[in-house]
Design a protein around this ligand. Structure first.
Ligand code: GDP
Ligand code: MG
Length: 297
């Protein structure tokens, strides 16, 4: 059903025990301001939560993000609980000195590790609340020619701390051919500048052809071209989230128009557990090792 975010299939990925406790996942968005970060997370999850509320026809104004803000939402679908934390960050580009806005983001990620590290060494180890950032959607402008120096610098500051999933913002401003070209250029830049983005786990050799194909398709979709919108448009008796233009309508959830659905599936259905595992086993372990080293020096 389209109305669902879709995480009810999560129990298939994990043990029953954690199903009872529910899931916790933290997603961060980062990148230049005005690229649609706040709008997209709203489209991805939040407006789904308020589906009973009548959506206004006019664009629902989202205030500009001026500091790191955390939204925690507890959602339940088909008896499965998810505690979703969204960390929205102010975009750089507005500030005269961009170093400030990175610092705050990097510090935020470190602080969550630090808190976890402290809790883990404390007495109440069984009930730690995991606020570590499991994934960071990094927004890339559709108006440039690939990555800009500021993107490179920022992603390199983040890549050892968090799973970066790059997205090509406001894909509706490009033609399909331009989207393909931009994706290719961005991937080349990511490689050229040694940026380590999140890698989708390789399929086991004995897995079905189907999932291998899916895996290939996912890899080729990076960076995910997304479109966000907080308004519902109506067309031929159907209501959907989209954007209206003189020349026609763009549907956010139409796979022919953007990778929005693919991205949401990755986050809440297929790869949430892997994103958490990589956070725990790689990013957090790095942090921990560093801490212990500093303590013994
Ligand atoms: P943020 O600064 O990155 O959080 O960007 P916002 O979410 O505040 O969006 C900035 C502006 O871009 C708003 O006017 C949005 O309505 C608009 N916007 C957001 N997403 C899209 C998109 O996918 N396509 C287009 N064309 N406009 C968008
Ligand atoms: Mg914002």
């Amino acid at each position: 059903d389209k109305e669902y975010v879709g995480f009810a299939t999560l129990p298939n990925q994990v043990h029953r025990k954690s199903v009872k406790k529910g899931f916790a996942f933290t997603l961060m968005v980062a990148g230049e301001s005005g690229l649609g970060k706040s709008t997209l997370v709203n489209s991805l999850f939040l407006t789904d939560l308020y589906k009973d509320r009548k959506m206004p026809h006019a664009e629902e104004r989202i205030a500009q993000t001026v500091e790191i803000t955390k939204h925690v939402v507890a959602i339940e679908e088909k008896g499965v609980k998810l505690r979703l934390t969204i960390v929205d960050t102010p975009g750089f580009g507005d500030a005269v000195n961009n170093t400030e806005s990175w610092r705050a983001i990097v510090d935020y990620i470190d602080q969550q590790f630090e808190q976890y590290f402290r809790d883990e060494s404390g007495l109440n180890r069984k009930n730690i609340q995991d606020n570590r950032v499991h994934c960071c959607l990094y927004f890339i402008s559709p108006f440039g020619r690939g990555l800009r120096p500021i993107d490179v610098e920022f992603m390199r500051m983040l890549h050892e701390k968090v799973n970066i999933v790059p997205v090509l913002a406001k894909a509706d401003s490009l033609t399909p051919a331009e989207v393909r070209k931009m994706k290719k250029k961005i991937c080349q830049d990511i490689e050229r500048f040694n940026i380590r983005i999140y890698q989708f786990p390789e399929c086991e050799s004995d897995e079905e052809e189907d999932s291998k194909l899916q895996h290939e398709e996912l890899k080729e979709s990076v960076p995910f071209a997304v479109i966000g919108s907080n308004i519902q448009v109506e067309c031929q008796g159907r209501r959907f989230r989209g954007r209206q233009y003189p020349w026609g309508l763009v549907e956010v959830e139409n796979p022919g128009h953007s990778d929005f659905l693919k991205l949401r599936n990755i986050l809440v259905r297929t790869h949430m557990q892997d994103l958490k595992e990589v956070t725990r086993e790689t990013h957090y372990e790095n942090y921990r090792a560093q801490c212990i080293q500093n303590m013994t020096q």
